[in-house]
Structure formats: structure tokens, C-alpha cells
Design a protein around this ligand. Sequence first.
Ligand code: PLP
Length: 246
Amino acid sequence: MTDTRAAELAEALAVLTARVEAAAAAAGRDPADVELLPVTKFFPLSDVVELVRLGCRAFGESREQEASKKVAGLALEMPDVPVRWHMIGSIQRKKAKAVASWAYAAHSVDGAALVTALGRAAADALEQGRRAEPLRVYLQLSLDGDPSRGGVDVNRPDLVDELCALADSTAGLDFVGLMAIPPLHADAEASFARLEGELNRVQASYQHRLGLSAGMSADLETAVQHGSTCVRVGTALMGQRPLTSP
Ligand SMILES: *Cc1c(COP(=O)(O)O)cnc(C)c1O
């Protein structure tokens, strides 16, 4: 860790924290209701260590292999700091067991088979003492029906309800809310308004308050305006991602 990089991260984190607070204030919301989730994919463990020193206690990663390496690395380097790792990228079913071994939450769950696989893996991990809590699960919605980017089609409320109910009733999992990424070139305002509407519709079936994982570097203010409780921010904190994986 160079002093320059440490200073860079400290400065970016301060700016970002202020952005989230201002967005919450503008929306008339309590800033404590909006979690800032630093996305560290493509960036080295040394950056994660520095962010922990700066007070961050949760991180988002999008690929299982890269994540599990960092999780293990951080546990070695800072064994006494409790950190929550969030899986935000698409999950292959065969990686369910691995994800359940390190993830506090999975934001990108979008099918019955995946829900079942994650539930089984998390239940096993709980039973064997490898997890202390159920795996928190967000159902990812697709706002444009493009299956290549993942998510359940928001225009299929029957399917959305079915998968939410499945996640809610599967042992080993806690169903905690909805997640979406606005389609490329889509209007963020319209996208997040649609997502908020869907959350309100789904919420009516649940006693516990559901969360909304929405908003990234470029559009977090709009997402917070529409009820986001977790903004996943990479570039605005870490800088531009390299084009190739580490
Ligand atoms: C990479 C990623 C982010 C962070 O995006 P930025 O635009 O860099 O803030 C958020 N969510 C998901 C699902 C991602 O894969």
C-alpha cells in the first residue's frame, strides 16, 4: 500500500459517504437506512485492507474465485475484524457451495434451481458450523427482459412472487429484498421508479421490511430517491477497473 493509494481511497470514501448522505437528505430519508457497499472486484487485497482501516466492514465482489481468495487473504491479514462479504455477480449453480462458505448475502439470485442450491449449501454450512447465520438473499430483477444480464423479468409478477416465496421459505436462506441493475442506456429514473413499484408490490406479502439493492457509481442518487437501502459502488471509490482480471 503506497501512501498515495491510501490517501486516494480515504479521499474517495469521504466524497462518496457525503454523496450518500446528501442523497438520503434530498430524499427525506435517514442516511443510516442506506448502506454504502464498496465493490472491490478487480482490485487487490491491499485496497480492501486499507478500506477496513478506514472503517469499511462490508465489501461486494462479483466472481466467486476472486472473492474467495480475498476473503481468505483478509482473514489471514486481519483475523479479528468482522467483515461481511456480499456476492453481487451472477452465480453459477455449481458455485453455490463455495459462495455459501463466505458470503453474508447474495444479491444476484434469479432462479428456482439457484435458490434451492444456495439453500442446501447454506443449511449444510450452518449445520457444520461453517456459517453462523442464514445466507441473505436478494432476488435480482431484469428491467428489460434481457436474459443475458441476469434477473427475473419484472414483467412476470407471477414468477417474481413464486421466487420470492421460495427464497423466503427455503431453509438456510433469509429473503431480504430485491436487486436490479438498470439496463444499458436506460433512463435511471424510469428504471428505479419501476423497481421501487415492484418492491412495494412484493412488500405487501411480507411482514419483515424488505430492502432494495440498487444504485452504482453513476446513479446512486436516483436509486436512493427511489428507496435503495444498499448502493453498490465500485468505480467512484476504487477508480477505473483494469480491463483484465487480476
Ligand atoms: C461492478 C458492479 C457494481 C459497481 O459498479 P460501478 O459502476 O463501478 O460503481 C455494482 N453492482 C454490480 C452488480 C456490479 O457488478
